[in-house]
Design a protein around this ligand. Sequence first.
Ligand SMILES: C[S@@+](CC[C@H](N)C(=O)[O-])C[C@H]1O[C@@H](n2cnc3c(N)ncnc32)[C@H](O)[C@@H]1O
Length: 233
Amino acid sequence: MRDLPKSEVYEQEFRYMPWGILIEKVLALIQREALRNGNVIDLMCGPGYLLGEIAKRRSDLSLEGIDIDPGFIRHAQEKYAGIAFQQADVLSWNSDRSYDVVLCTGGIHHLHYDQQIQFLERIPSLLTPNGFAIFADPYIDDFSMELERRQAAAKLGYEYMMATIRNGAPNEIVKAAVDILYNDVMGFEFKTSLRKLEPTFRRLFSEVEMNKTWPEFTSEFGDYYLVCRNAFH
Ligand SMILES: C[S@@+](CC[C@H](N)C(=O)[O-])C[C@H]1O[C@@H](n2cnc3c(N)ncnc32)[C@H](O)[C@@H]1O
């Protein structure tokens, strides 16, 4: 896994990187559609920003966050009182509760390719019958060999960096965008194509709604969030 940016830089990224557009859409969806007095879990929650924003918009919801990084969890616990944060590995973490909303934003590409499906397979059993899961991630163009994967990662990374610079980002945020490109091209993180994961989403959930938030031009790569529901729905 790459060295993650400090919590403060991380939250600033939303203002300048295309990812911020996606996060706003996800927040609006939860604000609109989460069950009244329902519960929400954010898997791989990072420093807790998303849950903090959900708490401001929907004070009726009960919120939990899980992340493997102790620094992020400490930051989240200090900053967002009233939200239950726990340091755990999502691949081994277990819960006897079920959730009305399961969130995972920017998390899948942090898991090794052979763990991504294993992780997704755990989610349907965490959902209440009428619940939904949101999986948001940047995806690269489809690839079949390492050379193509690197090129696809470079393409996403370049466009991401250009958009961040165009948005007037300060140096440390531009550096974070450069780091994303570097980590993806070098294979320290595991961005994949939606074409590779779509069959898994469709196998596990009866409804899969795919939404692309960036870039505006036609492309296979980009930021997507998928809203997935169980067969009982
Ligand atoms: C790109 S960040 C996304 C954070 C947040 N969800 C967001 O949208 O900003 C990915 C997060 O996944 C966490 N992570 C990576 N592998 C994990 C694992 N196996 N279990 C729990 N968290 C993990 C990292 O610590 C990091 O905070």
